[in-house]
Design a binder for this molecule. Structure first.
Ligand SMILES: Nc1ncnc2c1ncn2[C@@H]1O[C@H](COP(=O)(O)OP(=O)(O)OP(=O)(O)O)[C@@H](O)[C@H]1O
Length: 241
């Protein structure tokens, strides 16, 4: 579904992404693993049209080229991003934040059904619909950010470090919701440093280092890969079943 080939990206003289090729199949969950500064956020920003690529980059969703697509058109193509830091509007209520996600043409008419799905996934939001977002906990704000992305009726949901700064029990709750979202048929492209829990919901994963893809395998193979264990996991795994 999402095909990225030979993606290169520069910030001035700094080559942040170097010949990166990544794909996400229909309804597939794919995780990009890598240390700080590896280029993970830049990859998601490139797909969202928020940064310009260079070189021989090819990027498409079901054959529709994403290169040169204006960023505000990307949600119309069926791609939603939950950015690092969430990007929600603190002075707006939960409902207002959610409705901001419903602007693409593909989301029109389905707002009520999507709200129902979101409140089923995150009952805490249903109880706090009129609450100002800035007064909510970090975990609840992340739920608002994911909910807002779902309001756009995406085929591909991209998440940039959704677990960042959250307590383990909240992370477990969020990832259980992500697993349910994937069961609704939405493909997920997940950038994470919490390797254990992200591999637990993923089909496949890529390892990224200094702007390059240095490994790729099924999630189960990566989970037991000694190199991954040593670099990220400290010998532990998470069971979400
Ligand atoms: N706007 C920018 N201008 C200049 N350099 C940037 C910019 N954004 C990112 N970089 C650099 O590009 C590299 C990749 O950054 P990126 O944020 O994509 O990495 P990351 O893997 O997501 O890291 P993190 O987990 O810390 O967010 C880093 O060296 C970073 O300093």
């Amino acid at each position: 579904m999402l095909d990225i080939a030979n993606l290169s990206l520069r910030y001035g003289r700094h080559l942040a992404l170097d010949d990166v090729s990544v794909s996400v199949g229909d309804q597939e969950t794919v995780v990009i693993l890598g240390a700080n500064g590896a280029g993970k956020s830049s990859l998601l920003k490139a797909v969202s049209g928020m940064v310009k690529t260079s070189g021989q980059t090819a990027m498409s969703l079901d054959g529709l080229s994403l290169l040169n697509m204006p960023p505000h058109k990307v949600p119309d193509a069926g791609i939603a991003l939950v950015p690092e830091g969430r990007g929600i509007f603190g002075e707006l209520t939960v409902d207002e934040n959610l409705m901001l996600g419903a602007h693409p043409q593909r989301a029109r008419g389905g707002e009520a059904a999507r709200l129902e799905l979101i409140f089923d996934l995150f009952p805490k939001l249903a109880e706090r619909r009129k609450q100002m977002a800035r007064t909510m906990s970090g975990g609840e704000q992340q739920m608002v950010a994911i909910g807002r992305a779902l309001m756009s009726n995406p085929r591909l949901l991209m998440l940039d470090e959704p677990s960042l700064g959250l307590a383990p029990i909240v992370v477990t709750e969020l990832f259980a919701a992500l697993r349910r979202i994937r069961e609704t048929g939405v493909a997920l492209l997940l950038v994470e440093q919490n390797v254990s829990i992200s591999l637990a919901i993923a089909d496949r994963g890529y390892l990224m280092e200094a702007g390059r893809i240095v490994g790729e395998n099924t999630a189960s193979a990566l989970m037991t890969d000694p190199a991954v264990q040593q670099a990220f996991l400290g010998g532990t795994t998470t069971d979400l079943s």
